[in-house]
Design a protein around this ligand. Structure first.
Ligand SMILES: [Zn+2]
Ligand SMILES: [Zn+2]
Length: 200
């Protein structure tokens, strides 16, 4: 291992330029990164945001526990990268049977940020193909990032289970629970519609 660079085993000049900080699992509600004047940084955010701090997410679902996050932030060459995982237990309403069901939102995070508002300020020839977000006030809130990512992880069409049979369009019975007497062919043929018109 030491054979490739025997004369500089620990590279002290380089390591002193990097901030290594391991944060134990803790409440991330107020966690953030101030990037003003910071050139290099490496920081791990391992912890949780209590459910009652996720007010935007609570508007879209019933938050039934804390959001758990394990994120690593690294700043190098003017670009802040945040990567890791976020999970949060929620209760959603099934789009087919309308039952409430408990599930877990899961977000895999891989974000890039450019501190500052002017692209010219970033001291790198960043390939601009990837999507970056500017941080004009040189600050990022970890709790806000966690909530944003969880909102993006919300399913477009929540289903209690992939094979949920839903409600009978005729009598409203939950077809996961019971077989109603309605004939299933009705809903697939145009005659079903005509039949309903005749009833009215
Ligand atoms: Zn369902
Ligand atoms: Zn029915």
């Amino acid at each position: 291992m030491g054979k490739s660079s025997p004369h500089i085993p620990f590279a002290p000049a380089l390591s002193s330029a990097t901030t290594e900080e391991i944060v134990p699992r803790h409440n991330l509600s107020e966690a953030g990164i101030d990037l003003e004047g910071v050139r290099r940084l490496s920081r791990r955010f391992l912890g949780f945001v209590p459910g009652d701090r996720l007010s935007e997410l609570a508007g879209e679902s019933e938050v039934i526990g804390a959001a758990e996050a394990d994120l690593t932030a690294t700043l190098a060459k003017g670009v802040l990268r945040i990567a890791g995982e976020i999970r949060c237990p929620v209760r959603l309403q099934c789009a087919r049977c309308l039952e409430q069901f408990a599930t877990e939102l899961h977000a895999e995070v891989e974000c890039a940020y450019l501190p500052g508002s002017d692209p010219a300020e970033a001291d790198s020839q960043q390939e601009m193909v990837e999507e970056v977000t500017y941080l004009p006030d040189y600050h990022i809130s970890i709790a806000a990032l966690i909530e944003e990512e969880l909102l993006l992880a919300m399913p477009m069409i929540p289903l209690c289970k992939p094979e949920c049979a839903g409600l009978c369009p005729e009598c409203g019975a939950d077809r996961n629970q019971e077989d109603c007497q309605c004939r299933p062919t009705h809903r697939d043929t145009p005659f079903a519609l005509l039949k309903n018109f005749n009833k009215v």
